[in-house]
Design a protein around this ligand. Structure first.
Ligand code: GAL
Length: 389
């Protein structure tokens, strides 16, 4: 969890922006909410390396130098992230690290003292130069990072090319699975839908990175913004705020600081993502569930353009025990919503809106409910008789 300046500022960055942002992270309560990384993105460097091949920060943007910036960020209790590229150039045309991996790792981690590297995928050397293939291209920096004496978070920004979710965990702690997020519902729907197929790749050892949390940059309704944050958090994506904090609204701040949603993202016991459970052709899926240290999590996503009631049978989720009833906690209204027996209906979910629930076992369901099985049509008594349905 942290901050990344790219989505709000692109190349318009300088040291004042990062220090102001770090201060706002504290004064707005975001640091206390768990956002602990302040990450630079592209465009911090000069276009040319020094004569000895080193990357240098742009002195017009960072007059006090990078080490001074990370010292100040660290002194405020944050970790600091830097950006690089696995090819010849970064996506905005600054020096990439290909064939400079060890030297750049030395600059980033020993000299500048950063704690995290986001490593991008632009300006890829052609095949008879690279030879190792795309995994090998990232392996070079992973090897350089392995030689750093302290732990560094390696965040692969490979946009889902080459099925990075299959091998990213061997090299780093997170991997972008999709292209850059846009501040609108079709972009969110695309990212959620794509990641719905690869939820198994995420766990404590590494995360599907669905890209920055794109709130407050225009293009999303309040309900869409809640859906965005809920999906990213419950699918266990990194939560990197991409908002201009000087202009943040109370609505956006309230979403980013929802403790009960963050608690699922940061669950210290269960590392898995939620996954879709109801078989249908919804795009993206509407019904999701997953395990958590405190109960079963449900996410209901109204992908329709109109308000809808959303219902599901509890035991469609594999985390629910048959024959039991469950207390229902709403993670957005922060209220207890009674006890669910067999099924649950969320009334009037707004268009592109979300409901996030935590269900806890509350004992046996009442006797004599019929049909004997709430879901499975092959429900059979021990004497072989088909029951109900
Ligand atoms: C893209 C990346 C963005 C941002 C940008 C910088 O490839 O996906 O998140 O880092 O490069 O140029």
């Amino acid at each position: 969890m942290g901050y990344n300046a790219w989505n709000a500022f692109q190349c318009n960055i300088n040291e004042d922006l990062f220090l102001t942002t770090a201060n706002l992270m504290v004064s707005l309560g975001l640091k206390d909410a768990g956002y602990h990384y302040i990450n630079l993105d592209d465009c911090y460097a000069l276009k040319n390396r020094t004569s000895s091949g080193a990357i240098v920060e742009d002195p017009a943007k960072f007059p006090s130098g990078m080490r001074s910036l990370t010292d100040k960020i660290h002194a405020m209790g944050f970790k600091a992230g830097i950006y690089g590229d696995s090819g010849w150039y970064t996506c905005a045309g600054y020096p990439g690290s290909f064939q400079h991996e060890a030297q750049d790792a030395h600059t980033f981690f020993d000299e500048w003292n950063f704690d995290l590297l986001k490593f991008d995928n632009c300006a890829i050397p052609y095949d008879d130069i690279i030879r190792q293939g795309i995994i090998g291209k990232y392996q070079r920096m992973a090897d350089a990072i392995a030689k750093v004496a302290r732990p560094i978070v390696f965040s692969l920004c490979e946009w889902g090319w080459s099925q990075v979710w299959l091998w990213g965990a061997k090299l780093g702690q997170s991997w972008r699975t999709t292209g850059d997020i846009g501040p609108d519902w079709p972009s969110l729907a695309n990212i959620i839908n794509f990641n719905a197929f690869i939820t198994q790749a995420t766990n404590f050892y590494g995360r599907n990175d669905m890209d920055m949390v794109q709130l407050g940059n225009g293009g999303l309704t309040y309900d869409e913004a809640k859906s965005h944050f809920t999906a990213w958090a419950l699918m266990k994506s990194p939560l990197l705020i991409g908002t201009n904090l000087s202009a943040i609204t109370n609505d956006v701040l309230g979403i980013l600081k929802n403790k009960e949603i963050i608690a699922i993202n940061q669950d210290p016991v269960v590392g898995e993502s939620i996954s879709p459970f109801s078989i249908s052709s919804d795009y993206p899926p509407q019904y999701w569930s997953g395990d958590s240290q405190n109960g079963t999590v449900f996410m209901l996503l109204n992908t329709l353009n109109e308000t809808a009631d959303m219902s599901f049978n509890l035991t469609e989720s594999p985390w629910i025990r048959a024959g039991r009833k469950y207390s229902v906690r709403d993670l957005w209204t922060h209220t207890e919503n009674g006890t669910a027996v067999r099924n649950f209906t969320a009334k009037a979910v707004p268009p592109h809106g979300v409901v996030a629930l935590l269900l806890k076992d509350a004992g046996d369901e009442p006797d004599g409910l019929y049909p004997a099985c709430s879901v499975w049509y092959q429900c059979i008594d021990k004497n072989g008789t088909h029951v109900g349905g």
